[in-house]
Design a protein around this ligand. Sequence first.
Ligand code: ADP
Length: 348
Amino acid sequence: MKETEVYQSLQTIKHPEIQEQDLVSLGMIEKVLVDGGTVKVILALPKLDVPIKNELIDLIKDTISRFETGWKVEVELIEMDPQRRERFFAISREAQKNVPHKRKVKKIVAVMSGKGGVGKSSIAGLLASSLKRRELGVGILDADITGPSIPMLFGLNTSPIGSEYGIIPVVSTSGIKIISVNLLLPDPDQPVIWRGPLISKTIKQFWEDIIWGELDFLVVDLPPGTADAALTVMQSLPLDGVLLVTTPQDLAGMVVRKAANMIKMIQVPLLGIVENMSYVICPNCGQHFDLFGPSKAEKTGQMVGTRIIGSFPIDPSLAVLCDTGSIENYSSSILEEITSQIIDKMPL
Ligand code: ADP
């Protein structure tokens, strides 16, 4: 077996997460070494611990062994250098756009947070509701597979219907098309303890097999944090922009910087930061209290090269609407302003 033959066989391996792209064209094959009866493939990954790594190793071993039986195949993993990684994500993003129905989904906006519990899902739900009120076609893809909370915010418990052409999403009271793993599980109270590769397959299906139809905006509720799950989702969808949700405590520090760096790495525009739970208004006297001291919002925005596009107060009426599945009924001038800015940043 010659090196060129190994390359030819590697060209037949399509990346399981990236539409119609093989490992060679994605720049993932750093080197092939053929020695005696052994083939060694040096595989470059965007990050060493991507969940899909074992699946890729198995695919390479199977394919080469089928090509030339009896040979020993070894796979060594290395991390891509920044240039190669940049190229990899650029190809991957272009490829995701080629999914046929992407043409009917005009903009995909992801809502991200550096950590859990900051109100990411609530902001995703609010943004979708506010876009819907403007008579736009809106969908929500709940990509927070292990902590799906979108159905609860919208009071949904029906299952999506399967059809010959794909799965039809559930539609909320105001007409938002919604898909979430919680709507597909027989018992929504059971925890989802899936491993990385299964999570990424589910996201891929949520994008490719759901009949989204014509949409102006698809809002994606990302998994919290900057670990693998979020990266996998971002890589599997052709995002047009990311909105970062934080609380004032995070604004000072590393959490925001890490999240912003991850967005930069996958080369998707950071639309801005929404600061959630940043102050309280006294229900009796209307006084504004900065619970966490003076806002650091502006300074943090400058640090990561973006702007704070809105600050939400802690609002007990929002908490009640979220708990009762009526998030669509919440409206405020701050929400409307954030929505307008997002539409401005992503003209249809
Ligand atoms: P995350 O998605 O970041 O884990 P969630 O959106 O699920 O966070 O929010 C966690 C809880 O906080 C929810 O019960 C929601 O009702 C509440 N919450 C979020 N933002 C606010 C806010 N601005 N005021 C009051 N309650 C809020």
